[in-house]
Design a protein around this ligand. Structure first.
Ligand code: C2O
Length: 571
């Protein structure tokens, strides 16, 4: 079947923090935007009508877009932005994936408010859920409420301006701590019936933080992540990083009453981030008619879950490590063609792109900006042609300042030494950071293994790394520095989870493996908004295959043309 939507992007006024209206850019006047609900195998057609003052694109996060890179929706990577007053129609198929994905703007920081669910259900009569049919499905979008201009947020991050969200949102609402009108309907409430099961389709759409999610008195059974089934496992806490999605079943088996579901930001330990805890809560309310005595004892009180400390990163480490894939997927390729080791760090670049050195610090040039890097290179978008157009026309090397991503960082040292968090440390100067449009080229059908190493160079963050156009096996994760001799033995080659986003733990590493089976140019980046904005990204270029059914088709006729791109329009 064909599922068709019209998305009108415009600016509307919303009041969330009881401080008056903020102008936000949203789809169809809603936050989150409309959910797209499809059956596996469907075609999706979305007509995007841009009535906002910004150039925009929409990315279908996790959709593989096989032989359809033109619809991937990454600003200056797969297309030029759709200019204000213009339209573009995205067309793609959703095949071989089931579960929860989502869509979001892929320009500047607009995904903070331009986002929504993409729900893929099994074909009825052909397959079904590998778990009992839930009574109801409930999308849960964890996000943040920002009262800063999202363009400014994106362009000034490197100047070290510290922007923080007002607080956490659940399904676009700040929760009952900001109940401006006092009306209960202002907040999202989950109503449940005792004995019934509920499938929560949870997405972390936040720019800023990983989240812990708990419901007092209840447990979750995790059944899928990133639209891939996992072996069901039961837990009282879910950890979810920006870009990830988790499907979990909740059985309403507690005594009838009221319970809080709480989302708490999991911030890396100070000194990197020292903001008050980010959190939001919604009510899970049993639908029942209490007797007078019950009403007296239960009616007024709401049970709250006990949350971990906001700086506890270990619960997230174990949540991710506990995941195993369901067996219904292809075997893990054993032979690896290309090995990459990618360090994830922050670095300092002098204005104008100079590399600082002790004898010529940025202060003697024009001051410094903060950059995020992969193997010491900070990604810069090309400015006048999308990389996919360049790839398709075979003139990739003319597409601005291209630079090949090195297979490993130039200098090997102790990546996770806590001393390297501080800006003045000598080790931090080991990072000779470059700004470039970094591309790594692969032959079609290459098996690639990547070890991502989070570092403590000017940061201590975890890094949710998201690859477009492919899913991958997550083979292992660990704390500290990766050590091939020791760690290859820990790889799960039997039932690793299949994901599109891997959370590289704070001061740790993660190893993934995948086959480059999709020609085109595919973005790989950290899904923290601020890390992506300041360059923790690279483009993977996958060669066209040799046969007709592995070759990328020509661009759609209405693809926004880069030559028309008006640089006076902020995007
Ligand atoms: Cu969810 Cu490149 O993004």
């Amino acid at each position: 079947a064909v599922v068709e939507h019209t998305f009108v992007v415009s600016q509307v006024k919303m009041n969330r923090a009881c401080r008056g209206d903020t102008l936000v850019t949203v789809v169809n006047g809603q936050l989150p935007g409309p959910a797209i609900e499809v059956t596996e195998g469907d075609s999706v057609v979305v007509h995007l009508v841009n009535k906002s003052p910004y150039g925009l694109t929409i990315h279908w996060h996790g959709v593989k877009q096989r032989l359809n890179c033109w619809a991937d929706g990454v600003d200056m990577v797969t297309q030029c932005p759709i200019q204000p007053g213009r339209n573009f129609t995205y067309r793609f198929n959703v095949a071989g994936q089931e579960g929860t994905l989502w869509w979001h703007a892929h320009v500047a920081s607009f995904r903070a408010t331009v986002h929504g669910a993409l729900i893929i259900r099994p074909r009825s009569g052909v397959t079904s859920y590998p778990f009992p049919e839930p009574h109801k499905e409930i999308p849960i979008f964890i996000g943040e409420w920002w009262e800063v201009d999202l363009v400014k947020l994106d362009t000034t991050l490197g100047d070290g301006v510290d922007y923080n969200p007002v607080n956490t949102t659940i399904n676009g609402k700040l929760g009952d701590l900001y109940n401006c009108s006092g009306a209960l309907e202002d907040n999202f409430i989950i109503e449940v019936e005792q004995g019934k099961t509920y499938l929560l389709r949870i997405v972390n759409a936040a720019l800023f933080s990983e989240y812990y999610l708990k419901i007092a008195g209840h447990r979750f059974t995790v059944v899928a992540a990133d639209a891939n089934y996992v072996k069901p496992y039961t837990t009282d806490i879910i950890a979810i990083a920006p870009g990830e999605s988790v499907d979990a079943i909740v059985l309403a088996d507690a005594p009838p009453g009221k319970y809080y579901m709480v989302a708490l930001g999991n911030q890396q330990p100070p000194p990197d981030i020292q903001i008050p805890p980010l959190s939001s809560r919604v009510l899970v309310k049993y639908n029942y008619n209490p007797s007078k005595e019950q009403a007296l004892t239960l009616g007024a009180s709401v049970m709250a879950p006990e949350m971990p400390d906001q700086h506890n990163t270990i619960a997230s480490f174990y949540f991710h490590g506990n995941m195993t894939g369901s067996f219904a997927h292809l075997p893990v390729p054993v032979h690896v063609d290309e090995h990459l080791f990618i360090s994830l760090a922050l670095g300092v670049i002098c204005r104008g792109g100079h590399v600082p050195s002790p004898s010529l610090p940025c202060s003697k040039l024009n001051g410094s900006i903060l950059a995020a890097t992969m193997n010491n290179i900070s990604f810069e978008f090309p400015s006048n042609v999308s990389l996919l157009e360049a790839h398709y026309r075979g003139n990739m090397s003319n597409a601005g300042m291209l630079h090949k991503l090195p297979d490993k960082p130039p200098i090997v040292y102790n990546f996770t030494d806590r001393a390297m968090i501080s800006e003045g440390s000598e080790e931090a100067a080991l990072e000779s950071t470059l700004i470039a449009t970094t591309v790594r080229r692969f032959r079609f059908n290459t098996t690639v293994e990547i070890v991502f190493q989070s570092t403590t160079v000017l940061q201590s963050d975890s890094n949710p790394m998201h690859l477009h156009g492919h899913d991958f096996f997550v083979l292992a994760q660990g704390l500290g520095n990766y050590n091939a001799e020791r760690d290859v033995g820990r790889y799960n080659l039997v039932d690793p989870p299949v994901r599109n986003t891997v959370l590289v733990p704070s001061s740790g590493w993660a190893a993934i493996r995948f086959v480059t089976d999709n020609p085109g140019v595919w973005f790989l980046h950290c899904h923290y908004g601020f890390h992506m904005s300041i360059g923790m990204a690279v483009v993977f270029e996958v060669d066209n295959g040799q046969t007709l059914n592995t070759t990328l088709a020509p661009p759609p006729a209405d693809l926004p043309i880069c030559e028309q791109h008006d640089s006076s329009v902020a995007y």
